[in-house]
Design a protein around this ligand. Structure first.
Ligand SMILES: [Mg+2]
Length: 283
């Protein structure tokens, strides 16, 4: 199926095809899998049914990369979590907004920034950009990340900094909510709305999915047709795939429901209940 065949124009499909319908490209020709984590590989602390088995089955034949916008923790925590589930992931296989953020800070010469973020993420950022000093003094930028240790003191300091027009305003990712087994929780997109209300500013730059920069060098390492992105969220995972021109597998194990596709201009290349449904034959 060519990309022009998949593009359905602006008219949404009358009825989204089911997993056995039109969206059934074969993954046999894929060599590079970029997998979203929460809702795709695991839900909270539980592996998604069949996902780990699928990844292990294809591990030796394909290259796997794991992609999360979640900046509440540093990369090491995600590697540890994947390994605890039986996926032998290495640090180089984890993609996150930290990579394009670090590149931006270096390129812009920003060496002093105030982080609205967790202690663990601050340590990861300092490791990624050793010359960066984090703190409110002479901060050239405010970096908004998924801060689950948020305090009013952090809001006060950051709001005052953002009232100076010269302060660069950066956000690690746009997701309004983070999935949680008990219901969605406010994520960076919600924090962005808070600052917009309070200080009348929107970020100068937002990293993470759906910005293809989050894929780092991958698009130059593999032919596009050998790559596939799998995820459970249309506004970030599918949009990233569409933006990067890469085939997309929608998994119904997380946020998106089949009927949500009615609003989509392009159908996913493949839709499955979960990664385990990709089957032992890999199709
Ligand atoms: Mg997800």
């Amino acid at each position: 199926m060519s990309s022009s065949d998949r593009k359905r124009g602006s008219t949404p499909p009358a009825e989204p095809p089911g997993p056995g319908g039109a969206m059934h490209g074969s993954v046999l020709g894929k060599r590079c899998f970029v997998l979203d984590l929460d809702g795709t590989v695991y839900l909270g602390n539980r592996p998604v049914k069949g996902a780990v088995e699928f990844i292990r089955r294809r591990w030796d034949d394909c290259d796997f990369y794991f992609l999360s916008n979640n900046t509440s923790r540093g990369p090491a925590a995600y590697i540890k979590k994947l390994r605890s589930m039986g996926i032998p992931a290495e640090a180089g296989q984890l993609l996150s907004p930290t990579l394009p953020l670090a590149a931006y800070l270096r390129k812009s010469g920003i060496e002093r920034a105030y982080l609205v973020g967790n202690r663990d993420y601050g340590a990861a950022l300092a490791e990624a950009v050793p010359e960066l000093r984090l703190g409110p003094e002479d901060a050239q930028a405010v970096i908004l990340s998924y801060d689950t240790e948020l305090t009013y003191e952090k809001l006060r300091i950051s709001a005052h900094l953002l009232q100076k027009p010269e302060t660069v305003y950066l956000a690690t990712h746009p997701d309004p909510v983070c999935p949680d087994p008990a219901g969605p929780l406010p994520d960076v997109g919600s924090f962005i709305a808070l600052y917009e209300k309070a200080v009348g500013r929107l970020p100068d730059r937002i990293f993470g999915k759906p910005d293809p920069a989050v894929l780092g060098p991958l698009p130059s390492l593999y032919p596009r047709e050998a790559m596939v992105i799998a995820g459970d969220r249309l506004s970030t995972d599918k949009k990233l795939a569409d933006n990067a021109g890469i085939d997309f597998i929608l998994v119904l194990s997380g946020e998106a429901k089949e009927e949500d596709l009615l609003g989509e201009e392009r159908l996913p290349w493949r839709m499955v209940r979960d990664l385990g449904e990709l089957g032992e034959d890999g199709i």
